[in-house]
Each structure stands twice: as C-alpha cells, then as structure tokens.
Design a protein around this ligand. Structure first.
Ligand code: IPE
Ligand code: IPE
Ligand code: MG
Length: 235
C-alpha cells in the first residue's frame, strides 16, 4: 500500500474486551484472553509494515478499580505474554519498553518486565511501548517531581524547565509523539492516555471491539490517517 503520509508512531487504546465477552455470554476474562492474542498479532503486523514506534495501553492507573479477580487475571495474562515474548517474539528485533509505575505489580511480573527490557535493549527494530499501570496524569506528576528534585539539588534552574526538558522526563523521552491514536470499541475519550504526547495526534475511533480487531482494521485506520490534513496550528 502506498500512502501520502504514513505514521511513524501509533498509539492504541486496547478497549472492548469486556463487551466482546458479554455479547457472547462469557466472563469478561474470556475477552481479555482473546484480546491478548490480538495484541500479539497486531504487534507483529505493525512491525512487518514498518511502524517505528507502537504504544499500547494495556492497563491504566484507574483499572485497579475493577473486581479483584479481573485484575488478577489481567496480571496473569501479562505474565504469560511476557514469558512468551521472551521465548519467541524477541527474536523479531522488537525493542520493548514499559511505561507506568510497574512497582505496583507482583515481583514475578516485575522481574519479567526487567528481563524483557534487558533482553531486547540492543534490538534495532520497532519500539514497542507497553503502558502498564500507566496514566497520563501520573506521568506528568512524576515528571514535575523529577524536575523539582533537580532544581532542589541545583542541577537545573527553574528557567531551564522548558517543553524540551519536561518531555525528557516522560516515559517516552527521546521518542517522537504519536502521529495516530486508534481507539477501538467506539468510545470517544482519551481515558488518561498520553496526555502530553497526544497534543497533535490524529485520533481514529473505530466501532469494533478489540478482540475482533484485525490487521485490515489497522490498515483502515492508517488509510484514514493518510487523508488527514495535519496543520499543527499553522495554515
Ligand atoms: C480493555 O477492555 C482491556 C483493559 C482495559 C485492561 P475492557 O476490559 O475495558 O473492555 P470493555 O471496555 O469493558 O468492553
Ligand atoms: C482505557 O480503557 C484503559 C486501557 C485500555 C488500558 P478503559 O476501559 O479503562 O477506559 P474507560 O473506563 O472506558 O474510560
Ligand atoms: Mg473499556
């Protein structure tokens, strides 16, 4: 496929697993299982078509409000996924980063997170950011805290706090902002995802539940993106 503009960085708010399961009379966790398989497929697909950065929102700082069994199941799925990733998927030259306060998770998952980052750190292919216990507000608060510590220790003056130095304290430091953010499930909201980085991202909201999401749906979103006129405040 030839496009007039092609996204360098795509963000995806994986959403609709619960509704997908409910429609089939299944427990919500069944939707998460299928959703995890779709996640794997879409990551591979993005890498195969030349996306350079992919950020996937997998668990928000607000998702702890869900029933304990659901949260427990999600944590199990993350563990399973990372075990598999360490086994096969890391051969694919994908570089994995985690965004969010992962210290809130059980030690086993934290270890898998560290091992995955370590095992893929020299990879030169697509960068995959997995947002786990991530919230845009928490990320901004953390950046403010890191900067104020540097001011307090005299490493930085208040005048040196600029958009550039601020952005360096975000999880995405050094990465381009997302060009395209896709939200399946039809929900028209940002749900605390990449608040700073999405200032000029193009949103594509799709009426499809994440477990039904196929590579051709990603193509559709990219096609729509290609037809957008990005002005960044200019003319
Ligand atoms: C997305 O699907 C998965 C996570 C947020 C972890 P949901 O579980 O939010 O599914 P819906 O929105 O309830 O259908
Ligand atoms: C956003 O989905 C968070 C993730 C996809 C991880 P939610 O399902 O939590 O968002 P809301 O509650 O519909 O806004
Ligand atoms: Mg949801």
């Amino acid at each position: 496929m030839e496009f007039s503009q092609f996204p360098r960085h795509i963000g995806i708010i994986m959403d609709g697993n619960g509704r997908w399961a409910k429609k089939r009379g299944l427990p919500r966790t069944a939707g998460h299982k299928v959703g995890a398989d779709v996640f794997k497929k879409i990551v591979r697909y993005c890498s195969s078509i030349g996306i350079q950065y992919l950020t996937i929102y997998a668990f928000s700082t607000e998702n702890w409000k869900r029933p304990r069994e659901e949260v427990g199941m999600l944590i199990k799925l993350f563990e399973q996924y990372l075990q598999e990733a360490l086994r096969d998927f890391l051969n694919e030259n994908i570089k994995v980063f985690f965004m969010g306060d992962t210290s809130a998770f059980p030690e086993e998952l934290q270890k898998l997170i560290r091992d995955t980052e370590e095992a893929s750190k020299n990879h030169t292919g697509m960068v995959l950011n997995i947002a786990l216990n991530y919230g845009g507000r928490a990320e901004l608060t953390r950046a403010a805290r890191l900067l104020s510590e540097e001011v307090k220790s005299g490493k930085l003056t208040p005048e040196q706090i600029t958009e550039e130095t601020f952005a360096q304290k975000l999880y995405t430091a050094g990465q381009p902002d997302p060009d395209l953010i896709i939200r399946p499930s039809g929900e028209n909201r940002i749900s605390n995802f990449l608040l700073w980085q999405s200032a000029y991202s193009e949103y594509v909201i799709m009426d499809i539940l994440w477990p039904d999401f196929k590579p051709k749906d990603l193509d559709r979103a990219i096609k729509e993106y290609a037809n957008r006129n990005r002005r960044f405040g200019g003319v």
